[in-house]
Design a protein around this ligand. Structure first.
Ligand code: FDA
Length: 306
């Protein structure tokens, strides 16, 4: 009961536009620095370099979502292009993750696609890959439509997306997206029972079903979870089904389960850490607090130590 109230509270805060705007001026607060790698590209490059030295590859996320002006979307596009150029120039091992609402999806789909094409052109020039994060359910179908258009109309093969196991539709989506690199996750937003499973055991079961489906179809699969039970099941499954190690990777968020990340590297698995950075950190941080009440303790400690 308390966990549900706290989850809903933090999810509500994550979507509060006023707080998200205000937090941009605060700098990283409430312990957010433990899960956000600073506010500049230089901070981000240093963090990636440190992780690379420990055998971990990365995906960088310049934080930002629910953008409502064209100027902001253009700025975000340029920032993402600069991030790809910085990755190329420094030679660190990282790809990029982006959200379609950051590139203006809520303003105009074609404008968002045009922005995404600029980012994918920069990724091509620097020999890199871009993953489209999946946002709330209201953006799911349009995000998948954009992915198809980018790949089939514009011919970009260096782009993939994310599928969320809590959605009823996801098994059909994974089957439709056979051959396309997918990151599979449980799902981080508050969704209606008419479209999303609500019970953890049901979500976990569907999650394994999606992972197995995509792996068995020979497709490149990222298993993005901090759940050691899921990870153990995946290790078992790939062994039994002779899935080669270069067909899949584990992914975790920056600052979470760092020991488990290192253990997976030592066991010879590819481990990619999602490294968020930038001043638009508030919504991301609130979603992490919603997911795991234990995370609240370091937020509270951070609040009092600032
Ligand atoms: P979950 O929260 O279900 O926890 C399961 C169990 O794992 C816990 O009971 C505990 O035992 C253990 N555990 C989990 N976290 C732990 C910790 N920090 N320390 C110790 N034990 C822990 N979502 C989305 O909707 N769209 C997206 O694009 C993405 N992208 C994304 C990228 C990456 C790299 C990751 C890792 C995650 C996402 N997500 C996401 C978020 C995802 O949907 C999900 O909300 C979180 O990963 C939480 O679910 P988990 O599978 O990690 O474990």
């Amino acid at each position: 009961m308390i966990a549900t109230v706290s989850k809903n509270f933090f999810l509500y805060l994550s979507q509060n536009k006023g707080l998200n705007q205000a937090a941009k001026k605060w700098g990283l607060k409430f312990g957010a620095a433990q899960v956000v790698a600073g506010v500049t590209i230089e901070h981000a490059m240093q963090t990636v370099k440190d992780l690379n030295e420990n055998g971990i590859v990365c995906t960088l996320d310049h934080l930002g979502e629910f953008v409502s002006s064209r100027e902001e979307a253009i700025q975000a596009t340029e920032y993402n292009v600069r991030t790809l150029e910085a990755i190329g120039k420094t030679g660190v091992n990282s790809n990029l993750s982006v959200k379609m609402t950051q590139l203006g999806l809520d303003i105009d789909k074609d404008f968002c696609i045009k922005n995404m094409c600029q980012i994918l052109d920069a990724a091509k020039r620097t020999n890199n890959f871009v993953r489209i994060d999946m946002e709330d359910y209201s953006h799911c179908q349009v995000t998948l439509d954009i992915l198809r258009e980018l790949r089939e109309v514009y011919g970009f093969d260096n782009v993939g997306t994310v599928i969320q196991a809590y959605l009823h539709r996801s098994l059909d989506d994974v089957k439709d997206l056979k051959g396309i690199p997918l990151r599979l996750v449980k799902g981080a937003y508050k969704e209606d029972p008419s479209v999303a499973y609500q019970d953890k055991p049901v979500i976990d079961k569907n999650y394994m079903r999606l992972i197995e489906e995509h792996l068995l179809s020979g497709s490149n699969t990222a298993i993005a979870s901090h759940d050691h039970e899921i990870i153990a099941k995946v290790k078992d499954f790939v062994k039994k089904n002779n899935i080669p190690n270069d067909q899949f990777e584990f992914q975790m968020l920056y600052g979470f389960r760092t020991e488990l990340q290192q253990n997976l590297v030592k066991e010879g698995y590819k481990m990619r850490v999602y490294v968020p950075f930038g001043d638009d950190w508030f919504g991301y941080f609130m979603r992490r607090l919603a997911e795991r009440p234990q995370n609240v303790s370091f937020a509270v400690k951070g609040f009092f130590s600032k």
